[in-house]
Design a binder for this molecule. Structure first.
Ligand SMILES: *Cc1c(COP(=O)(O)O)cnc(C)c1O
Length: 366
C-alpha cells in the first residue's frame, strides 16, 4: 500500500559501470562506492549487481554499513571509506572489513588484533594531499609509512587519497594533489610497500584526469547517473525513478491559500491534487512553489509549501487526473524533474537530493 516508490534500474546501473570501465580502460579496476545506502538507492541490490559484474571490492562508508552487508551474506572484500574508530577495530577484524586507516593508533590496534589471530589485517592507508579532511598529512607520511610497514600483522593492500576539486577540470588543485600523491607513493616504495590498489579518483577525476586512475577508481555519483563533470549525455543514465500517488483531489475557489502559510493563493478556481510524500521523504521544502511533478505525461507545478508528508500540485493542465494516479517526482526521462534539476532549485547538489530520499520510500530494484 506504500505509494512512495523508488524504482532502481539495474540495467542503467550496469550501463554506468560499463561506461566507467570504458573511460578508465580494461586494466583499471572499479570500486563502486555504495555508501549511504548506495546514495539513497538501496544498498543490497546494487552491491549484488556490482559483484555480478566482477568488481573486486565494494566501497562502503561506516563499519555499520559493512556489517549490514555481512549480515546479508555478502562475503566480498569491503573497504570502509569513512575509516573506523579505534573501538570498532575488533568488529572490523572479526568480520573481515577492510578499514581505511588515517591514524597510527588505529593501525597499532589492528596490528595487535591481527597478532592475536595470527594473521595479517588488510588496510588501505589514506593520505591527505589537499582536501584537508581525513588522512595522514604530507609531514606525517614518511614516519607513518615506516611504522606501519614494520607492523607484522598489517597488510597494506592499498594506498589512497581523495581529490577535492576534480569536478572542475581547470582547477590547479588537481595537479597539485596528484603531484603530492606521487611523492607519497615514492615514500611508500622507499618503505618497501608495493600495494595492489592505488586509488585517487572519484567520478570527477575519472572523467577529467586520466593520470588519477592508477590501479583502481572509486566512482559514486556517476554510477547513479549524475556524473558531476562534463560528459556526453548518453554516457551515464539516471538509475532512480521516484513515484508516488495522488491521494486526494479538490476544487478550490479563487483567492484561497494552499497549504501552510498560504504561500500560494489561487488566482482563479483550480483543481488541486494532494500527493503523498513530503520533506521527510526527501521532497525538499525548497521545492515549494518551484518544483514540478509529472501526472500522466503532463508536467504540473507544485503549489504551496511542501509539507512533511504531502505536497500539492496544480491540476489545471491535467483534467484527466484521478485519485490513485501515479505521480512521478524524479525521472531519468525528463530534465525538468531530474535529481539535478531538484538540486538546482534547492541550491544544492544531486548527491544531497539522492541521499535525502527517506526511509519510508520503498526501493524496488529490477
Ligand atoms: C564518496 C566517495 C567517493 C565517490 O565520489 P563521487 O564523487 O560520488 O564519485 C570516492 N571516494 C571516497 C573516499 C568517497 O568517500
Amino acid at each position: 500500500m506504500n505509494p512512495l516508490k523508488a524504482r532502481i534500474s539495474l540495467s542503467a546501473y550496469r550501463h554506468n559501470l560499463k561506461s566507467v570501465q570504458k573511460i578508465v580502460g580494461p586494466k583499471v579496476h572499479i570500486l563502486p562506492v555504495i555508501k549511504a545506502n548506495a546514495y539513497g538507492h538501496g544498498v543490497l541490490p546494487l552491491a549484488r549487481e556490482s559483484l555480478k559484474q566482477g568488481v573486486p571490492m565494494l566501497g562502503l562508508g561506516t563499519l555499520e554499513e559493512g556489517l549490514e552487508l555481512r549480515r546479508a551474506k555478502i562475503a566480498a572484500p569491503i573497504l570502509l571509506l569513512d575509516g573506523i574508530f579505534k573501538q570498532q577495530a575488533k568488529s572490523a577484524v572479526k568480520y573481515h572489513l577492510t578499514p581505511m586507516v588515517t591514524a597510527l593508533d588505529t593501525a597499532k590496534e589492528l596490528n595487535r588484533l591481527g597478532r592475536r589471530e595470527n594473521r595479517k589485517v588488510s588496510v588501505h592507508l589514506k593520505f591527505d594531499t589537499g582536501m584537508n579532511r581525513l588522512g595522514f598529512t604530507l609531514s606525517e607520511a614518511e614516519n607513518a609509512l615506516k611504522e606501519i610497514s614494520s607492523m607484522k600483522n598489517i597488510f597494506v593492500e592499498g594506498i589512497m587519497t581523495h581529490m577535492a576539486s576534480s569536478s572542475d577540470a581547470s582547477s590547479p588543485q588537481n595537479e597539485l594533489q596528484l603531484r603530492r600523491f606521487e611523492a607519497v607513493l615514492s615514500l611508500a616504495k622507499d618503505a618497501g610497500l608495493n600495494p595492489t590498489w592505488i586509488h585517487a579518483a572519484n567520478s570527477g577525476a575519472i572523467i577529467n584526469f586520466k593520470e588519477s586512475h592508477y590501479t583502481m577508481v572509486r566512482p559514486g555519483i556517476s554510477l547513479y547517473g549524475y556524473p558531476n563533470a562534463k560528459v556526453k549525455k548518453a554516457v551515464f543514465k539516471a538509475v532512480m525513478t521516484l513515484t508516488s500517488k495522488l491521494i486526494s483531489i479538490k476544487n478550490v475557489n479563487a483567492g484561497e491559500g494552499i497549504g501552510y502559510d498560504a504561500t500560494y493563493v489561487t488566482p482563479r478556481r483550480k483543481r488541486v491534487g494532494v500527493v503523498f510524500g513530503g520533506y521527510e521523504d526527501g521532497v525538499k521544502r525548497a521545492l515549494s512553489n518551484r518544483g514540478s511533478a509529472l501526472v500522466g505525461g503532463t508536467l504540473v507545478p507544485i503549489v504551496g509549501n511542501v509539507c512533511m508528508d504531502n505536497f500539492m500540485i496544480d491540476l489545471s493542465r491535467a483534467a484527466f487526473a484521478r485519485v490513485g494516479d501515479e505521480v512521478t517526482l524524479i525521472s531519468p526521462l525528463h530534465a525538468a524533474i531530474s535529481a539535478e534539476k531538484w538540486a538546482e532549485l534547492c541550491g544544492t547538489i544531486s548527491y544531497e537530493i539522492l541521499t535525502g530520499i527517506g526511509n519510508r520510500v520503498e526501493r524496488v530494484a529490477k
